[in-house]
Design a protein around this ligand. Structure first.
Ligand SMILES: CCCCCCCC/C=C\CCCCCCCC(=O)N[C@@H](COP(=O)(O)O)[C@H](O)/C=C/CCCCCCCCCCCCC
Length: 218
């Protein structure tokens, strides 16, 4: 995928993603949009290294990253420093379609909500990967995590396509190798470090959307 948002020749590094999620939270537990988006960029690098069968997923994630980067770098970028400030700004300015799609089909809030839901999938998947046995199947872990999270927000055709793509995932050992950390034991240890961070960012964001009745933005 040739795209400036996620350069193809860059190698995925789990450490890099971990570092990015470490930077996500402010002292007051607000979530920096810049680092949140950077975390997704890193993850998309990983997805791209798995081959073109995942292209439709990567493309959707990149589109959403681009929308958010557009806001961050736009005239009102200062309103988009944290997810909290973005929500306040967009809600106060009437920039969010709350019940049906209308004038703001690409608001920051609805775009980020899609990535936020995917972050729950990631958390569930990585926890399965971390605790799996040597012969655990990544395709099953991925499908189970998907069915428990994102699938409920996707129509049949997307669920079907995603299910087919999951079958093409490499085995557990090859999968752990692509993370560029070291031995499987080292990867597992790093996942143990990354998961609480991902989980905290997810929980804070989930509460924000819930408080603002925005968990079902169209
Ligand atoms: C720590 C490293 C190991 C794991 C690395 C995982 C890398 C994953 C990278 C990216 C994940 C992609 C995130 C996809 C976001 C999907 C957002 C979404 O739900 N979009 C749908 C709704 O959008 P709107 O139409 O409302 O704008 C859209 O319809 C979706 C289209 C594409 C299909 C999405 C399927 C998602 C499957 C979950 C990811 C599987 C990745 C497997 C690789 C291990």
């Amino acid at each position: 995928m040739a795209d400036s948002v996620v350069a193809e020749d860059q190698k995925f590094s789990l450490k890099e993603v971990l570092d990015t999620f470490k930077l996500c939270l402010t002292e007051n537990k607000e979530v920096y949009l810049e680092h949140y988006v950077a975390g997704w960029r890193g993850l998309v690098k990983f997805l791209n290294s798995l081959g073109s069968v995942f292209g439709f997923i990567s493309k959707d994630a990149v589109n959403k990253i681009k929308i958010l980067v557009g806001y961050l770098e736009g005239d009102n970028g200062s309103q988009y420093v944290t997810i909290q400030s973005m929500m306040k700004y967009e809600l106060d300015s009437g920039l969010v379609d709350l019940t049906k799609r209308g004038n703001h089909p690409e608001s920051g809030c609805r775009t980020l909500l899609r990535l936020h839901r995917a972050l729950r999938w990631l958390e569930l998947f990585l926890e399965r990967l971390r605790t799996s046995s040597e012969d655990g199947k990544t395709s099953v872990m991925c499908a189970d995590a998907y069915n428990e999270s994102l699938a409920q927000h996707h129509p049949w055709v997307i669920r079907k396509a995603a299910g087919m793509a999951f079958c093409m995932l490499p085995g557990r050992l090859a999968f752990l190798e692509v993370m560029n950390v070291g031995t499987p034991e080292q990867v597992v240890a790093m996942l143990g470090e990354a998961l609480p961070l991902i989980s905290e960012v997810y929980q804070i964001t989930e509460e924000l959307y819930a408080q603002n009745n925005m968990l079902d933005l169209p």
